[in-house]
Design a protein around this ligand. Structure first.
Ligand SMILES: Nc1nc2c(c(=O)[nH]1)N[C@H]1C(S)=C(S)[C@@H](COP(=O)(O)O)O[C@H]1N2
Ligand SMILES: [Mo]
Length: 383
């Protein structure tokens, strides 16, 4: 009947993600939703998104699906040989959400960026085919996070000097591929990083975490690949010996001819990247001045400088930095461009971080297509 047709539900673009995913903000990618960079800046100089990406526009990377967890019965449970008395998983040290909120809180600004962000450019720029989610550059977002330092909770749980690894596990469904059950998403963190700057976050941009981003509590591991920032964290093993999971042995390491036999070290620090707040293939008017906007970031430290090329990489000029560069967050920048002649152009942005790492012309191939940090060619048409 006609009326039924009218109320027919539009299928959700990504099953397993709870929040709406409007097409003007997101590109669906399997179980994930990529942020559209052109959505950070409305057309014709309209309102821009600030340094932090609003929660409703933040990218989502789910191995399976977003679980709905009751915050009242939820517990963070710590156990293992790295804690005093070596509590077992069956009799762990438990913290409720109220317990965590009663501990001193900390607020940080930090990026979450998928290790596979930019993966599609291995194929489109380097002719190398890699499996996995074909992200462009939108597998990233910056937010303000509030929570309690993991260090605080580890100490309260009886951390000993012999602890070496911490293994937080998610409460989302087990990750199953081709009939192999890898168990819940979990990944070891060396105790040094765990004690340094890792947060158990319960707020994102000033509001309680939403289901898709890890409610009620997630890890935020500044500067590291996104998979370290375990969402929906529940059990945390703390051990006096190295811990492993498929996420540090099979996944999230570099394999291939340019890497050690058996694979490189588990991925940690993110590489330097840059992106324009512009759609690929955007059309710009000839004979007038345009202000190009973008953002650059690095897992290793603040951005030191950004250069922009509008002639396919032949000449470069400095972009104007619009933020005070900070570690673990992006720096916004702009550059003016007045293209006189219609035609196709390639824009490029190239950042250097304070430790001195500059985006290269090519990224080193690895079988899974992680850490694509090379300069990205951004096609536009001038008409
Ligand atoms: N429990 C759990 N934690 C997880 C994941 C997951 O699938 N399950 N995905 C990880 C990956 S690969 C990334 S990039 C980030 C994405 O965080 P976001 O969805 O809040 O953007 O969460 C990480 N934490
Ligand atoms: Mo990721």
């Amino acid at each position: 009947m006609a009326t039924e047709t009218l109320v027919e539900e539009v299928p959700k673009p990504v099953p397993g993600i709870v929040k709406p995913l409007p097409a003007q903000w997101f590109t669906p990618r399997g179980t994930n939703a990529e942020m559209r960079w052109d959505a950070l800046r409305e057309a014709d100089g309209g309102a821009a998104v600030g340094r932090h990406v609003p929660v409703e526009r933040f990218f989502v990377r789910n191995h399976t699906s977003t679980p709905l967890i009751d915050p009242d019965s939820w517990r963070l449970t710590l156990f293992g040989t790295g804690l005093r008395g070596a509590p077992t998983a069956a009799r762990p040290v438990g913290f409720s959400l109220d317990d965590l909120r009663a501990l001193p809180s900390t607020r940080i600004s930090a990026l979450i960026e998928c290790a596979g962000n930019g993966r599609s450019y291995y194929r489109s720029q380097q002719g190398q085919s890699v499996p996995g989610t074909p992200w462009t550059l939108g597998g990233i977002g910056s937010a303000s996070w509030r929570g309690v330092r993991l260090a605080e909770v580890l100490r309260a749980a009886g951390l000993t000097a012999r602890a070496v690894d911490v293994l937080p596990a998610g409460l989302d469904p087990d990750y199953v591929v081709d009939g192999v059950d890898y168990g819940p998403v979990r990944r070891p963190l060396p105790v040094g990083k765990a004690l340094d700057d890792v947060l158990l976050a319960y707020e994102m941009n000033g509001a309680p975490l939403t289901p898709d981003h890890g409610a009620p509590v997630r890890l935020v591991v500044p500067g590291w690949v996104g998979v370290a920032s375990i969402k929906w964290v529940g059990p945390v093993e703390v051990a006096d010996h190295p811990l492993h999971s498929p996420w540090d042995t099979d996944f999230y390491r570099m394999f291939g001819p340019d890497h050690p036999p058996g694979g490189g070290a588990p991925l940690s620090t993110q590489v330097v990247k840059s992106a324009f707040e512009l759609a690929a293939g955007a059309v710009l008017e000839a004979g007038r001045s345009h202000r190009l906007h973008g953002r650059s970031w690095s897992g290793a430290g603040p951005v030191a400088r950004v250069e922009v090329s509008t002639d396919g990489g032949r000449t470069w000029r400095p972009a104007e930095l619009r933020d005070e560069p900070r570690a673990h967050d992006w720096t916004r920048w702009s550059a003016d461009w007045r293209p006189e002649r219609p035609g196709r152009y390639e824009l490029r942005a190239r950042a250097t971080d304070r430790p001195g790492r500059t985006q290269p012309e090519r990224a080193v191939f690895n079988r899974e297509g992680y850490l694509f940090g090379a300069v990205v060619a951004h096609p536009v048409t001038v008409a």
